[in-house]
Design a protein around this ligand. Structure first.
Ligand SMILES: C[S@@+](CC[C@H](N)C(=O)[O-])C[C@H]1O[C@@H](n2cnc3c(N)ncnc32)[C@H](O)[C@@H]1O
Length: 205
């Protein structure tokens, strides 16, 4: 589901970028056990305006990133933001649940898959997890930061933003789903009384 105008403004501003840079990246790097190996390839689902993609290159150390978003206007913003990194980034408008359509991604293509606050936007969130797991190499990392049902039930979220209303997940439900797709949790934590879950999982099979 696409973001409304308020959420679009909320995710693309200096305060959010500082939060990503100063808190989320160091936390996720710790949970993942450090940056990616030299030469690593990554896919980012729901890249939005592309600041996360930049962090995947510059801070997580990916050599190249395939980044997809359902919203062509977000892909256009990301393309502008990432112009200097164009040789290392492939952008596509498409659905995170079908990375074959977006990038022709075969099973076991990537060393890492990144989900920065996007899976809670997808009605069939389990199929997005299955697809991220499918395209990871054995030993590849799924790095995630998600918004849970606790947050989505808060009056501010319900009033200001548009999200699928049914079948959202708690942090526990999200973490419990990962092993069903061959993803073993390496580290995770929840924030703001269970509103957010961050972590890293390794593709085992
Ligand atoms: C809350 S924003 C997060 C954007 C970016 N990852 C960030 O952290 O700034 C969610 C993004 O997911 C995208 N999105 C929603 N459903 C999607 C889907 N099925 N496949 C790909 N992208 C999707 C939206 O267009 C939006 O850009």
């Amino acid at each position: 589901m696409l973001m409304n105008k308020i959420e679009t403004a909320a995710i693309d501003n200096p305060a959010r970028r500082a939060l990503q840079r100063l808190y989320e990246v160091p936390t996720l790097l710790k949970l993942a056990g450090g940056p990616l190996s030299p030469g690593a390839s990554a896919v980012e689902i729901g890249c939005g305006p592309g600041y996360g993609t930049k962090l995947i290159l510059d801070r997580f150390g990916a050599a190249r990133v395939d980044a997809v978003d359902l919203d062509p206007s977000m892909v256009a913003k990301a393309r502008r933001r990432l112009a200097r990194d164009a040789h290392r980034v492939r952008l596509a408008a498409g659905d995170a649940t079908d990375l074959r359509a977006a990038f022709d991604a075969e099973d076991g293509t990537y060393d890492a898959a990144f989900d920065f606050a996007i899976i809670h936007h997808i009605p069939n969130w389990r199929s997005a997890l299955a697809e991220a797991a499918r395209v990871l190499k054995p030993g590849g990392l799924f790095i995630f930061e998600e918004v849970t049902a606790h947050a989505l039930a808060r009056p501010t979220y319900r009033l200001l933003f548009d999200h699928p209303a049914r079948d959202r997940f708690t942090a526990e439900e999200f973490l419990a789903e990962l092993p069903r797709h061959g993803l073993a949790v390496r580290g995770s934590l929840t924030r703001v009384r269970g509103d957010y879950v961050l972590g890293a999982a390794i593709r085992t099979s």
